[in-house]
Design a protein. Structure first.
Length: 226
């Protein structure tokens, strides 16, 4: 038995909907939709696409964007209990997000601390918002991920025997799922897990995630507190 480590997506997973998409609908000019479609169809990289999306927005919108994100973020049921569960069971929980620091950190603040939060960063010093990429792809990944979830997983688990659990929903989680021992998936990610034959279960709330991880422990896939 090996010790579990959880890598959990943020937008569309911790939150019920994608915060970037909501912001673009509210603040961006119409051309944002074409960029979004190119990202989702994997015609351009996440790095390139997200950078282009935010370059459509003026930097003077920072406070308004942050307030909008915090006010409109709907947390998926059971997340608070899920975080408490991981603490009780001594299971490391990392948030790995293609989202941006100016809204990821304030939304998560009341649920923390976590073992780590990895997301993209923002620069509001110019006329337009610029996205920075502190978690770029390592030498083993050439997908131009932006926030490279497989690279983060490799760094966190290097030299350790771990049972890697990925929780996610969308295009930013596809590569991470390929490197997981078990995936808790919804929406596009669930479709791809079925298509690719990846070991997974679907979920709609974090209460289901708790039950699935407990089931894994009961059958001996993973060990805790050890």
């Amino acid at each position: 038995m090996t010790n579990p480590v959880i890598f959990c997506d943020f937008d569309g997973t911790v939150t019920k909907s994608d915060n970037i998409i909501r912001m673009m609908k509210e603040f961006a000019p119409p051309e944002w939709e074409n960029i979004k479609d190119l990202i989702l169809n994997r015609q351009i990289s996440i790095n390139e696409g997200v950078g282009k999306l935010f370059s459509l927005l003026n930097s003077n919108l920072k406070e308004e964007l942050t307030a909008f994100a915090i006010e409109n973020a709907e947390i998926r049921p059971g997340f608070k209990e899920f975080v408490e569960y991981t603490r009780t069971e001594n299971i490391p929980l990392y948030i790995v997000s293609g989202g941006i620091d100016f809204f990821v950190y304030p939304i998560l603040e009341k649920f923390g601390p976590f073992n780590g939060i990895y997301c993209n960063e923002s620069d509001f010093s110019g006329e337009r918002i610029k996205i920075l990429w502190p978690n770029n792809c390592d030498s083993l990944c050439d997908n131009d991920c932006g926030c490279c979830k497989p690279g983060i997983m490799r760094r966190v688990t290097q030299g350790k025997e771990c049972f890697k659990i990925v929780i996610g929903d969308s295009v930013t989680d596809l590569e991470a799922a390929k490197h997981a021992d078990f995936v808790l998936a919804r929406d596009l990610l669930q479709e791809k897990c079925v298509e690719w034959g990846i070991n997974h279960r679907g979920f709609s709330s974090f209460f289901e995630c708790i039950n699935e991880i407990n089931n894994r422990m009961e059958v001996g896939d993973v060990n805790v507190k050890g």
